[in-house]
Design a protein around this ligand. Structure first.
Ligand code: ADP
Ligand code: MG
Length: 518
């Protein structure tokens, strides 16, 4: 069942593959072809099937690429590009892949058919990408959190996703709720203020606060606390280690240690409660059963949390994590929340009305595990697109921004054959609109020509096929998605074009390489 094109690489003869550019480029195309048809609102989904016949339907570039089995080592670079785009911008992974494939295809044509030396092509790509990014930047529009463009960005980003319209509304309302509060040193950082969780047992919703997917320490504890005084503790709550007791086989000493364990546990619990805390969130690596029992006996709301949750909770409630016993005497150690409660049916704990920074949780549902996962990813894409748009500005979408800088990039004058290298970049700039429209059932090339003849900002209406102003249609993209994708595509195209031989090597693990150097 494995596709020979992106399957494991096998050198042809004597461990050397002479026609590396041809074979590497074919491998890249094969991998890019698996995702290009998902691009844009009319893009189609892929059905992923694993060996155990588990299935998952996806429209998300990075998810699809990461799920491919054996991949040609060069084509794996495409997967890495998509991953990097996902990390840096959080949206636009398919865009990055389509641009990369187009650059490699066009670069290969210049090298193979026109006999241009790869280094010339590479220099042309460098200048072209730089220039195109500058042009896109100069055309970008800055937006702020209350502008209608924020809604448009989210809707455009989610246009191709399962249930995208509904998710877009959820994301927009979350963004507006946290608003300016998500700004840190002038830049929006929604990672710090919007959490997205998925839950098949619940409806889609926005919760104004932090949600922990956890239960309280004991069912006996109160369900709900009003005017919560929140402590986050990282204290070592196991004063006497089990191993000490095990190692020690003298009855008298064990007895002493046991007494010590109970006494110290009690001291710790007393000291924690003396602060006035009525909600204790425990992120300690170890907690003695005696400590837990005493907390339950005192009927304070206590729950275990993970280290990763500390930051959010601390920011939301204002609580400072307690690390050593001395911290307990600091006056500012507790945070507050209007309400802390457990939702027993869904195994969740809600903290609402925190006195720190605003936080919002988006709960994404789904009828099956796989739909909830896909919707969850989509919601995160929407949040990321909004962040990129607020921080760096927006450009017309549907491939229109890229298309309308083509002529200006072409007019750049480079010396000699580097000039032809620019064609690699201009093809990539045209490829996005072409692919979106091809995916919508049009003749992509023909529609690109029509859009090109129209004023700046114009693209093609995905339904009627007529030229339209993308700004007016509200189809807009974050500038960052475009510039990052272009730069990534340029990098990968340059590496692939520079390779003239694939060689089978003995061992290229880091260790082996450093030994060779020595
Ligand atoms: P990516 O993984 O690159 O984000 P998507 O499938 O999310 O891929 O598609 C994003 C592209 O779809 C963007 O270029 C965006 O402008 C375009 N797009 C979204 N809605 C429309 C629309 N109504 N008309 C044309 N293009 C659209
Ligand atoms: Mg997208």
């Amino acid at each position: 069942m494995s596709n020979p094109n992106f399957g494991v690489w096998r050198p042809v003869a004597e461990n050397v593959e002479l026609n590396a550019l041809e074979s590497n480029s074919n491998a890249v195309m094969a991998v890019a072809d698996t995702v290009r048809t998902t691009l844009g609102p009319k893009g189609l989904d892929k059905l992923l099937i694993d060996q155990a016949m588990n299935r998952h339907v996806s429209n998300d570039g990075v998810t699809i690429l990461l799920s491919l089995k054996a991949i040609h080592p060069v084509a794996r670079m495409i997967v890495e590009i998509a991953e990097r785009q996902e990390q840096l911008v959080g949206d636009g992974t398919t865009t990055a892949v389509v641009m990369s494939a187009e650059m490699i295809k066009e670069g290969k044509r210049l090298v193979k058919e026109l006999g241009v030396h790869p280094t010339k092509v590479v220099e042309g790509i460098d200048s072209g990408v730089r220039h195109a990014c500058q042009l896109l930047e100069s055309e970008a529009k800055r937006i702020s959190i209350n502008d209608v463009e924020l809604e448009q960005i989210v809707r455009t980003s989610l246009a191709s996703k399962l249930d995208g319209k509904r998710l877009a509304e959820l994301v927009i309302s979350a963004l507006r709720t946290v608003g300016e509060n998500a700004r840190y040193n002038g830049q929006y950082d929604f990672n710090k203020s919007i959490m997205v969780i998925r839950k098949t047992s619940m409806e889609d919703q926005i919760i104004n606060g932090v949600v922990l997917e956890r239960k309280k320490l004991d069912p006996e504890l109160p369900m709900e606390i009003h005017n919560a005084k929140v402590m986050i503790t990282k204290l070592d709550l196991k004063p006497v280690k089990e191993s000490w007791i095990k190692e020690n086989n003298k009855y008298q000493e064990i007895l002493l240690m046991e007494n010590d364990r109970i006494k110290k546990s009690k001291e710790m619990v007393d000291a924690m409660l003396a602060t006035g805390a009525n909600v204790i969130l425990i992120a300690s690596p170890e907690v003695d059963q005696a400590v837990e029992d005493m907390l339950v006996a005192k009927r304070v709301f206590a729950a275990r949390i993970a280290t990763e949750e500390i930051e959010h909770l601390s920011r939301y409630t204002g609580a400072k994590p307690v690390r050593v016993m001395e911290d307990l005497s600091r006056p500012d150690i507790l945070g507050t929340a209007e309400r802390v409660r457990e939702d027993e049916d869904n195994n969740m704990i809600y903290l609402e009305g925190g006195s720190g920074r605003n936080m919002v949780t988006i709960v994404v549902s789904g009828t099956t595990k796989e739909t909830s996962l896909e919707r969850w990813r989509a919601a995160i894409d929407g949040v990321n697109a909004a962040e990129a748009a607020l921080n760096k500005g927006v450009v017309p979408g549907g491939g229109a921004a890229e298309l309308h800088v083509v002529e200006k990039v072409k007019s750049l004058r480079l010396k000699g054959l580097e000039q032809v290298g620019l064609e690699v970049v201009t093809s990539a700039l045209e490829s996005i609109m072409r692919q979106i429209l091809t995916n919508a059932g049009f003749n992509g090339l023909e529609k690109v020509m029509a859009a090109k003849a129209s004023p700046p900002g114009f693209g093609i209406d995905i339904n009627s096929g007529e030229p339209v102003d993308m700004w007016k249609m509200g189809v807009i993209d974050p500038l960052m998605v475009k510039t990052m994708a272009l730069q990534a595509a340029g990098e990968i195209a340059k590496s692939v074009l520079r390779i003239d031989r694939n060689l089978a090597a003995e061992d290229l693990s880091q260790q082996a390489l450093s030994e060779t150097k020595r």
